[in-house]
Structures are given as C-alpha cells and as structure tokens.
Design a binder for this molecule. Structure first.
Ligand code: ARG
Length: 471
C-alpha cells in the first residue's frame, strides 16, 4: 500500500477494488466528493436501498433474513442521521458510500451484500427521482396556497378599479380582481406543468446497473411497486444517463419564477410613490440604514432577483448534458447542486410571495380610484360608443384621437367635455355618453368571455375557486 495518510488509505481500501494501490490525493478526494451536498438525498437513498434489499430477498438473490437485516440496519442509519449522530465526512465520498459503509459497521458482513445487482449510477438516479417527486408535491401544494390567497384578495376587490396598462402606458381600467386572477391562471399552468413533469420523474432507473443491466435475476417492477414508481426505464443506458426529468423540472421551475417575478415587479411599482397603489406592511418591508423615510419592497425585489438563479440552473444542466456520451459520466454529479438550489429557491419564493400577498400589503382604494378617473383610459369606450351608433370603428377611432388631442391641449379630461362639444365632434353623441365613459361602466361593459366585466370576473373567480377545491 502507499505511504499516504492513514485516513485516506482506509477509505480507499474500503471503497475501491484491489486494483487500487495508492490512495487519492487529499485535495483530489475533496474535489471528487459530493457528500457535502448529496447528504440532502440521504432519506431517499435509505428508502431506495430498503426497496432494493427487499427485492433482492424477494427474488432469492439474498435470503429473507439477510433482507430483513439490511432493511433494519438502513432504518437505524435513518434514526442516527435524524438524531444528528451520523455525519459522514469527505472520506465517504458520497452519500451512497457513506450509507453502505455505516450499514456494514452496523449489521456486519451482510451489509456488503446490499450493493448486489446495483451500481451507484442507477442508485443516484433513483435517489434524485425520489427526491424530486417529493419536492414537486410540495411545490404544487405551495402553488395552491398562493392561489388561495390570491383568490381571497380577488374576492375582496371585484369592484375595485385599477388602471390596466400596455407598454406601461395607461390603457383601459380593470377590475383589480381580474388583474389578480391573471396570476391564478398563470400559476395554474405551473401547477399542471409540474404534474406533467412528475409523470416523467416517476420512472425508475434502478436495475439498470452501471449501464448494461445485470446478470442477477432481479425484478425491477417489484422494486418500482415498492417505491410507488409508475414505470421503469426500458433501456439501461438511458436509465443511468437520462437527466431530462431534471431539466424539465428546471423549465417548470423557471416559469414559476417568471410568474412570481412579474408579480414582484408589479408590486414594486405599485408600492412606489409614483403609483401609490399599495402600502407595504411593516411585517414584509424593510427600512433604510440612512434614509429614515424609506420603506423598501425587499421581498418582491429578492424574488425578482432570485429568478436569475433558477434560470441559471436550467442553463447549467442543459450545457452539462449536451456533450455527454452514453452512459454515466462523472459530470452528472453536477446536476445535484443546481437542482437542490432551484428547489429551495422556488419553495422560498413561493412562501415569501404568499405571505406578502396575504398580509404584507394593502391596496389603496382612494389612489386607485383617482388613477382611473384622471386619464384617457376611457377613450376606447368613446370609439365603441360611436361604433354602436353605426359609425365605422376606424372612423370613430380617428375622431376620438382628435378629441383626446384637443382635450389634452385644453387641460381637460373626456368627462369634462360639454354635450355641445361632443355633438360638435359627431351628431351621434347624446347625453348617455357620460354614463358610457364612467370608469365603472367602462369596466362593467367588458363582459366578453375572459374579460374584466364584473359579472365575468365573478364567474371566473367562482370557477377558479371550484378548480382549487376540486384539485
Ligand atoms: N456521487 C455520484 C454522483 O452524484 C454517484 C454516482 C457515481 N458513479 C460513478 N460511476 N462514479 O453522480
């Protein structure tokens, strides 16, 4: 044996075959190790190994008694870990070796049978999928909690008006509920998309072996049943080297972040002095260390900022995969930190945004009302008014353009024009024009399916509530 440190000698001689004579250089051991982050997978590794041990016993590859010993030993490691008594270091290399080694310490020689008919390649793929299945479930629940808060807010604000924008220019007034419900729809797609992704995470690679399958008479479908997987990989090479499921998850995660980030940006704008549509509550905003008047929207800013991380992880995995020959390559170890960080980021952001929307801000009806009364966002309705009186829409549109221009020059709003002024523009104008361009009427009249009319919004809200209850 070599003359390196006793610790690395031990780890080396325990881990690798007799082919290796010298231990890893300590710096290389650190470089190579994933235990620092893949310990996150320990519960899934234990569960996966327990199912594998049961399958080995079920198929007679090991005895029933051996199977039970392995399962019990693995359970003991779970307890040790959760009591804080199992803290493997670099010498273990990764969570899989750490568990196997501890198992052998606990149950003796039989521990060495656990890895029969298995490779770390199909093992790590299994762990990652078990992990992601759980996390997807949690994120989907969080999306529903977010939706429930948004629905509650929408319910309070059906008749609250807010300016609607295109190009960040005042366009047409909206029911605030309609605006909030747009985010319920977006996150509904996120929720559904995660369900789709789940179906492709829910495929078991275990039994693929290192890359080619195994000589043992294993029963992969039995293991899949024990672990509640919907399917097993049909091709062992694909099974050990596929990370599509992780990339797909990161796509879905990125879209969740896009949606949260857009809402964040709106809240940040709304909280500004210029908009003044919301006030931020103390529980969700922070002050400045130097400017005593400041109240900062840190939560939505952080969510907007963290969005980039998740996109980055998606990009990282795409690039990680694009040049990999089949089958397993150590590059694949790099998938984990990206995945873990994306999961934590999305979960953290969903939690924070839910709290922010639930109790961190208050809409300011006076400011909102002033905003929708003091602009030209009812101009389309003047054109629509003429169009319903038989004036072709394009002609009406041009006429109203002129009215806006002269009103702006005169410092007036459309509601300030006298009936004589209206009729000088077109004889079709009558006294009902004032009612037609009142903001509340403008909103209320847009009752097309999917529109902002109050009745439509009430229906949309009820539909979204029903969907959430049934989910
Ligand atoms: N720590 C490794 C990973 O995360 C486990 C699989 C190692 N497989 C191998 N052939 N070296 O990818």
């Amino acid at each position: 044996m070599s003359n390196t440190s006793p610790q690395s000698q031990t780890s080396q001689s325990q881990t690798w075959s007799q082919r290796f004579e010298a231990a890893l250089h300590p710096a290389i051991a650190r470089f190579n190790a994933s235990i620092g982050f893949d310990i996150e997978l320990i519960d899934y590794d234990l569960t996966g190994s327990q199912a594998h041990a049961k399958m080995l016993a079920h198929t007679g590859i090991i005895s029933a008694a051996e199977g039970e010993q392995l399962v019990a030993g693995l359970e003991q490691i779970r307890q040790e870990y959760h009591q804080g008594n199992f803290n493997p270091g670099i010498e273990a290399e990764d969570v899989h070796f750490a568990v196997e080694r501890r198992l052998t310490e606990l149950v003796g020689e039989v521990g060495k049978k656990l890895h029969t008919a298995r490779s770390r390649n199909d093992q790590v793929g299994t762990d990652t999928r078990l992990y992601l299945r759980d996390q997807i479930g949690q994120i989907r629940q969080q999306i529903q909690a977010f939706q429930s808060v948004m629905l509650g807010l929408a319910e309070q604000h059906i008749e609250t008006l807010i300016p609607g924008y295109t190009h960040l220019q005042r366009a047409q007034p909206l029911s605030l509920a309609h605006h909030l419900l747009a985010y319920v729809e977006m996150t509904q797609r996120d929720w559904e998309r995660l369900g789709d992704v789940y179906s492709r995470v829910d495929i078991l690679p275990l039994g693929s072996g290192a890359l080619a399958g195994t000589t043992f008479p294993i029963d992969r479908h039995y293991t899949a049943q024990l672990l509640d997987f919907g399917n097993v990989y049909a091709n062992s090479l694909d099974g050990v080297s596929d990370r599509d499921f992780a990339i797909e998850f990161l796509c879905a995660a990125s879209l969740i972040m896009v949606h949260l980030s857009r809402l964040s940006e709106e809240v940040i704008l709304w909280a500004s002095e210029e908009f003044g549509f919301v006030t931020l509550k103390d529980s969700c905003s922070t002050g400045s260390s130097i400017m005593p008047q400041k109240k900062n929207p840190d939560v939505p800013e952080l969510v907007r900022g963290k969005t980039g991380r998740v996109f980055g992880h998606l990009q990282a995995l795409l690039v990680l995969m694009k040049g990999l020959p089949l089958a397993y390559n150590k590059d694949l170890q790099e998938d984990k930190e990206a995945l873990f960080d994306a999961v934590k980021t999305v979960q953290g952001c969903l939690e924070a945004m839910t709290i922010l929307m639930q109790e961190g801000l208050e809409f300011r009806p006076t400011r909102l009302n002033a905003a929708v009364t003091e602009d030209f966002s009812n101009a389309t309705d003047v054109a629509d008014y003429l169009a319903t009186k038989g004036v072709p829409f394009r002609e009406a549109y041009n006429l109203v353009g002129k009215v806006v221009k002269t009103s702006l020059a005169a410092g007036k709003l459309l509601k300030d024009l006298s009936l004589t002024e209206w009729q000088a523009i077109h004889p079709a104008f009558a006294s009902d024009i004032y009612e037609a361009i009142a903001p509340r009427q403008v909103v209320s009249a847009r009752n097309s399916y999917g529109g902002t009319g109050f009745d439509r919004v009430r229906q949309a809200l009820a539909a979204a509530q029903a969907r959430l209850t049934q989910a």
